[in-house]
Design a protein around this ligand. Structure first.
Ligand SMILES: *Cc1c(COP(=O)(O)O)cnc(C)c1O
Ligand SMILES: [Zn+2]
Length: 420
């Protein structure tokens, strides 16, 4: 082992056969095409990464750095993470549950979605490996984060997206001076093209050849939830699913904290949320199978979740099954209602994926899949300012008057009488 190599992050490992691979830009097993995943020496980490040590560090996702797959110190996105865990009492009352929290990644730094976590790891690792050009296949948020973080790291970036994304997502990449390429076709076709480019040009595609590093960044959301809850695991975690990676990684995070003795090993259930217009994972889970049937033409306002062939769908279903969790999906109207419910009760403006999470949680509570007396965390992963099209005309209109006190009083007379 060379002296710059992490003593904690030891190798990559095939999720299917367990074969070990060196820490390079590889992502599938040569023998069975299983995905490769970062592996760690937990015995080496245990004495180092104590609660006291973690609490003494800056409030970012990198306070858990021994459990993240880079060799040296992070160089990109060092301030990402440690977003608020909000005790959501008003939303709890509306949903009829006792103990509810919102993990609020609508305010993640710097691009207002949980994707800053995965990009921080992927680009820190890309720099360690010497990549000069980084890229991604994205449904929007990943593109924003790659563009911003590459800009601040001085890396050239290309982001490939479906051509019909929301304006906020497209502008939110262009502004950083990245190369935005809109593809006429759904995300799956964008992703396939990116695999071809990665193979031919050797660029660092954060979610293709750098995927084992990228994916581990999602664990930080789970670590933070456990720490912010006072070093314990929530009984239920509701997670929006696109590829299914975030759900599997929060599950891995909870298990790692238990393995290291940072939390007590208490039961926890992982629940997955999708949009009905693109629900390959929740449909399979509800049918009781782990064979995920692709959705060729996603039709939903939750564009960030519109992945018809989810790379980690199989593993997400197993994570839900092994923890006693469940899956649900909701239509576009329910998504809008979910956005409004969260905003009007907690003052948090989430994007469409957040509406999916809230509305699915509501269904799971009503069906009894999530018992009302147990602790629940909702993972809210992106900011509503980026997907305004989805709710324009659906939250009422501003009332306009001349700048006159008389007109104002006329307007609010009845309302004032009710409050005085
Ligand atoms: C990417 C994304 C997700 C889910 O990502 P996975 O591919 O399942 O890890 C959830 N919410 C938002 C807002 C996203 O951009
Ligand atoms: Zn293998």
């Amino acid at each position: 082992m060379d002296k710059n190599s992490s003593p904690y992050f030891t190798h990559l490992k095939c999720r299917e056969c367990g074969r070990a691979y060196p820490k390079e830009a590889v992502h599938v097993c040569d023998f069975d095409f299983g995905p490769l995943e970062a592996a760690y020496d937990y015995d080496a980490i245990r004495p180092v990464l104590t609660r006291t040590e973690i609490q003494s560090r800056p409030q970012s996702m990198w306070r858990y750095r021994e459990l993240l797959p880079i060799d040296g110190a992070p160089t990109v996105g060092t301030q990402v993470g440690f977003t608020p865990l909000v005790k959501a009492d008003r939303l709890a009352q509306a949903l009829g549950v006792k103990e509810l929290y919102v993990k609020n990644d609508t305010v993640n730094y710097p691009t207002l979605s949980f994707k800053d976590r995965v990009v921080s790891v992927a680009l820190s690792r890309a720099k360690e490996m010497g990549f000069k050009i980084v890229a991604c296949a994205s449904t929007g948020n990943l593109a924003n984060s790659v563009a911003a973080n590459a800009a601040s790291a001085g890396l050239t970036s290309y982001v490939l997206i479906p051509a019909d994304l929301e304006q906020g997502k497209v502008l939110g990449s262009l502004v950083y001076g990245t190369n935005v390429i809109g593809i006429h076709g759904p995300y799956d076709q964008v992703n396939r093209l990116c695999s071809e480019i990665a193979g031919k040009y050797g660029w660092g595609f954060v979610n293709v050849n750098l995927r084992p590093y990228y994916a581990e960044g999602s664990k930080s959301m789970g670590f933070e939830i456990a720490e912010q809850l006072g070093w314990r695991l929530p009984q239920h975690t509701v997670v929006p699913m696109a590829s299914g990676s975030l759900l599997t990684k929060i599950c891995k995070a909870y298990n790692e904290f238990a393995t290291l003795g940072l939390v007590e090993k208490t039961p926890f259930a992982m629940h997955g949320a999708q949009a009905s217009g693109c629900s390959p994972i929740s449909t399979a889970k509800k049918k009781g199978t782990d064979i995920v049937k692709p959705v060729p033409k996603p039709q939903t306002i939750a564009k960030s979740l519109a992945i018809g062939t989810p790379a980690d769908g199989y593993y997400a279903i197993h994570a839900m099954n092994e923890t006693g969790g469940s899956a649900e999906d909701v239509n576009d109207d329910e998504i809008v209602e979910g956005i409004r419910l969260l905003a009007s009760h907690e003052g948090i403006f989430a994007e469409t994926a957040g509406g999916v999470t809230v509305a699915c949680a509501q269904k799971l509570i009503e069906s009894g899949a999530i018992p009302r007396e147990e602790s629940i965390v909702l993972c809210i992963t992106g900011n509503g300012l980026k997907t305004q099209e989805a709710i324009i005309g659906k939250c009422g209109e501003a009332r306009t008057i001349k700048p006159s006190l008389r007109e104002f009083e006329e307007l609010v007379r009845e309302e004032l009488q009710a409050t005085i």
